[in-house]
Design a protein around this ligand. Structure first.
Ligand SMILES: [Zn+2]
Length: 477
């Protein structure tokens, strides 16, 4: 039997606010356990939560960026469950009136665009963390993370392959970075994702029973876990079995998913409106104000790079997927507007390769956009060839020298003087009389040999176009 795959994702984004969602405690990562807590986030009786305004603004901004409707008023609810990292016995979340609904996210897989529905975005608090490792046979609880703001983005079950799921998660991450609302550091769990996956016989409308996979914190794990689950569920169905609705987790070491618990239904959580927080009114005037502070988004930036700088869709897509890379490119083009396409080639080619080799991120790049633009300019106006540009790049990288200074200092100015080029060519012709005769006798292919010899003799500094012209003239003359 052939099956179709149905996937929906729930992405948890930890918002990059300075303080927690309902109290003034800091959200700094990596401080000693329980050093960032107070009676509110410790869940003491009688305390009252106060909503962090920034959390609302950033959630609205994310909603606007994904074409959502903003719900006003939206309502916080208590989601009840017991776990040692949740001292109150409930998590403050949103249930039937989330802040954003009915949005969409565009993805591209193998060049094909697709729209994935975004069911809702809601605000909630994170739980603490249970620590088990290195403590012998006891476990400890760290509540620094309790009350850190989360934004949960729930998609429609619109994805049909692991590749689409990965493209969706990448797009969400790019959006978060552009909006500046979440650090989106997946290793630290700033961005984590649960996936719902089910199979159904090809041609069947009705969804099969879904399995939820928890807490995947890398693109690779998401893809591997989904691929494993497709195989596992296919086998169960082929053998006439039924899929159990359950929560599973990916064991990266063993490369398998394993059952954690039978999946709860929403009613198991006994949701009820949070009596300590008022419904959140979001008047249109506030939404307009937030919209004004919104940065340019990746899709808009990509289109602008194509129309304003004449880049290909592919180049524009690579540049804009990483906001810092796009910023770097734009700064370089601003420093020299003469040749945006060559600037793009240098950013994505030589520079990216060097950064990759050194393991340096673009925002820590030791070469400024203006420095790189200096190389592009020198090539574009003919002071140096593209090949010498690479030498200049190597000399400049990690220093604060300009391209102009390096070209002068090293005497790398391109030779474009007819007399000087002829003086390079003649000794080569003299030393290779046999080849000259062969060329004149019809062996056209030898032209490349002469070009190579002349460029070598000039140490790459001769203007290639002029070498071409002069060589042709002298050989044919
Ligand atoms: Zn606190």
């Amino acid at each position: 039997m052939e099956y179709g795959v149905v996937i929906g994702l729930e992405v948890h984004c930890q918002l990059a606010t300075n303080s927690k969602i309902f109290c003034g405690c800091a959200t700094t990562f990596g401080n000693p356990p329980n050093s960032q807590t107070c009676p509110i986030c410790l869940g003491h009786p009688g305390v009252l939560p106060v909503l962090n305004r920034q959390v609302v603004e950033w959630s609205v901004m994310t909603g606007l960026a994904t074409g959502c409707q903003i719900t006003s008023p939206n309502v916080f609810s208590r989601k009840h469950y017991f776990y040692p990292d949740l001292p109150k016995g409930y998590q403050i979340s949103q249930y039937d009136k989330p802040i954003c609904e009915h949005g969409k996210i565009e993805i591209v897989v193998d060049g094909t665009p697709k729209t994935i529905g975004l069911t809702r975005i809601h605000m909630e608090e994170d739980a603490g963390k249970n620590l088990h490792e290195g403590l012998g046979d006891v476990s400890h609880v760290d509540l620094n993370r309790a009350g850190v703001p989360l934004m949960e983005m729930v998609s429609e079950p619109d994805m049909r392959s692991p590749e689409e799921a990965v493209a969706y998660l990448k797009k969400v991450r790019t959006l978060m970075i552009y909006l500046g609302v979440c650090d989106a550091n997946m290793e630290r769990g700033n961005l984590r994702c649960d996936a719902n996956i089910s199979l159904r016989p090809l041609g069947q409308e009705e969804f099969g029973t879904k399995v939820e996979m928890k807490n995947m914190n890398s693109f690779r794990f998401l893809k591997q876990a989904l691929e494993y689950e497709i195989k596992r569920q296919t086998k169960v169905l082929d053998e006439g079995g039924t899929i159990v609705q359950e929560t599973r987790q990916w064991d990266a070491k063993r490369g398998v998913t394993e059952s954690m618990r039978v999946k709860e239904e929403a009613h198991d959580y006994r949701y009820l409106p949070e009596p300590d927080l008022l419904p959140v009114e979001v008047p249109q005037a506030w939404i307009d104000e937030i919209a004004k502070t919104m940065p340019e988004l990746p899709d808009a930036k990509r289109e602008r790079f194509v129309s304003d700088f004449g880049l290909s869709e592919y180049d524009a897509d690579v540049l804009t997927t990483n906001r810092e890379l796009a910023d770097y490119y734009e700064a370089a083009v601003a420093a020299y507007v003469g040749d945006p396409k060559t600037t793009c080639n240098w950013v994505m080619g030589e520079l990216a390769a060097k950064l990759n080799e050194d393991g340096t991120a673009i925002d820590a790049c030791p070469m400024s956009p203006a420095q790189l633009a200096g190389i592009v300019e020198a090539i574009h106006v003919g002071t140096i060839s593209g090949k010498i540009g690479k030498t200049v790049f190597g000399e400049m990288y990690g220093t604060d020298k300009t391209a102009k200074a390096v070209i002068e200092e090293k005497g790398l100015v391109q030779v474009s003087d007819t007399g000087a080029i002829d003086a390079l060519i003649q000794p080569i012709l003299d030393a290779n009389q046999d080849k000259v005769d062969a060329y004149r006798g019809g062996k056209d292919k030898l032209f490349g040999f002469f070009i190579g010899q002349v460029m070598k003799a000039s140490k790459g500094q001769a203007n290639p176009q002029m070498v071409n012209e002069r060589l042709r003239a002298l050989l044919n003359g």
